[in-house]
Design a protein around this ligand. Structure first.
Ligand SMILES: Nc1nc2c(c(=O)[nH]1)N[C@H]1C(S)=C(S)[C@@H](COP(=O)(O)O)O[C@H]1N2
Ligand SMILES: [Mo]
Length: 430
């Protein structure tokens, strides 16, 4: 159900076997706690925050916008739906934005709370058995003095669209009940991780690179998971990963990782560690909760210890239309939306306005690029008043098309099926 380069799949499979044999080192967590986490991961628990409406228009006179504990930026209800410590972007709020998601509309996924970090006092420590010498520190200015590269990339939570396993497929999954808005695309600018690793003296025997956030330690169901961290294979770390300090031409905002975060193009959101404080470079394989019990696929179609750790995101499409929106009968509409894939650039997008009987090509409004999304539009003249279902289905350059049903996994990751977007056609007022 996902697109993985053979080399990545081979790496993942190897790491998993090493860990099961005890040959990989669990960085910063007790082995028994990891096993408990694994057991919990293979049983689906309840969705968190499903009670929150997918989209609530602000009622007249609403006194204040809802807030998520620990998110710094304002979360106006017409832009965001708050889900626990996280804020989902309402897709309808992207309709008049460009290719890039403005920072004040970009979704936030926080395991705990946004830390406030002073860039002048911040240090990045690179250390570990995979370096040829001792630990090396970088200041913010030193990082900014390295050659800068810019790249347009989406960041998307692996659990984006998770709630449709429940609402569309009647399957139980655990985690935050995102609809489609746990994704955003920005222009990221920063230093290449490869430049930093080379300056720090990465050795030939390095295998894993483990960036760690400066936010609080995570405790989940009584298990202390430690600070947010997830190993990257050295091949990816040396490929296209950025240590970003700018988002859309401005310093990173606090909620998105100020002063520095990782950008790991096309990979699951969790790889994009925010507020990075240190990077361990290891000559032996590393595991953390975020590549063992979390961010693997568990369930009927998977081995008991789960799939290989997730790498690339899947394929999705979303309308920039509020769920349940009304359209006047007989009046021409321009429906707009976006499609994206972690596997390859989007090739085509098809739209159906009759629940999937007939499909037609949408017009692509951007040149498809890898790691980014495309905006598209399609005309629609709504017919008779009553309920209507809008569907959008993308195909990427690997030839993959969004299926009718996503393959279930207990934690509801990588939902790729076509989403049924219910709206109403209403009598036209004269
Ligand atoms: N340090 C740290 N990095 C983190 C997280 C976190 O909670 N702490 N959340 C991860 C997850 S699960 C996602 S989906 C992305 C979200 O990035 P955003 O909040 O900038 O949209 O950040 C990732 N990086
Ligand atoms: Mo995520």
């Amino acid at each position: 159900m996902r697109s993985v380069q053979p080399s990545e799949a081979a790496y993942d499979g190897l790491r998993l076997r090493q860990w099961s044999r005890g040959a990989a080192r669990s960085a910063g967590i007790d082995r028994r706690d990891l096993l408990r986490l694994l057991a919990a991961a293979s049983a689906a628990g309840p969705l968190a925050g499903l009670a929150a409406p997918a989209y609530a228009a602000p009622a007249a006179g609403t006194p204040s916008a809802p807030s998520a504990p620990g998110i710094v930026k304002p979360l106006p209800p017409e832009v965001f739906t708050v889900r626990g410590t996280n804020a989902e972007t309402n897709f309808a709020a992207l309709r008049r934005t460009g290719l890039l998601t403005p920072a004040d509309r970009f979704f936030v996924r926080n395991h705990t709370v946004t830390p406030r970090i002073d860039a002048a006092a911040w240090r990045l420590t690179v250390w570990g058995s995979g370096l040829t010498g001792p630990a090396v520190e970088f200041t913010y200015d030193e990082l900014r003095a390295l050659p800068a590269v810019a790249r347009t990339a989406f960041v998307e939570c692996a659990g984006n669209a998770r709630s449709f396993y429940a609402t569309q497929q009647n399957q139980q999954v655990s985690g935050t009940a995102w609809t489609l808005g746990a994704v955003g695309t920005a222009r990221w600018r920063g230093a290449r991780l490869s430049d930093v690793l080379r300056r720090a003296g990465i050795g030939r025997d390095a295998v894993d690179v483990l960036p760690r956030g400066l936010d609080d330690e995570v405790v989940s169901d009584g298990i202390r998971l430690g600070r947010v961290r997830r190993p990257l294979p050295v091949a990816k770390a040396l490929d296209d990963v950025l240590l970003a300090y700018e988002m859309n031409g401005r310093p990173l905002p606090p909620d998105h990782g100020h002063p520095v975060r990782l950008i790991v193009p096309s990979w699951v959101g969790i790889a994009n560690i925010k507020w990075v404080g240190d990077i361990e470079v290891s000559a032996e394989p590393l595991v953390s909760p975020w590549n063992t019990g979390l961010y693997r696929l568990f369930g009927a179609g998977y081995p008991p210890e789960g799939s290989a750790p997730l790498t690339r995101q899947t394929l999705k499409s979303a309308f920039e239309v509020a769920p349940g929106a009304s359209f006047p009968a007989g009046r021409r509409q321009v429906l707009t939306g976006r499609s994206w894939s972690g596997g390859a650039p989007v090739r085509t997008v098809e739209v159906s306005t009759d629940g999937g009987v007939r499909w037609r090509r949408a017009r692509l409004r951007d040149r498809p690029r890898s790691g980014s999304w495309v905006r598209w539009s399609a005309d629609w003249v709504p017919g008779a008043p009553g309920p209507a279902v809008l569907l959008a289905r993308a195909t990427d350059r690997t030839g993959r098309t969004q299926p009718g049903t996503a393959v279930h996994n207990t934690q509801g990751y990588l939902f790729d099926a076509v989403v049924r977007h219910e709206v109403r056609v209403v009598r036209r007022r004269r």
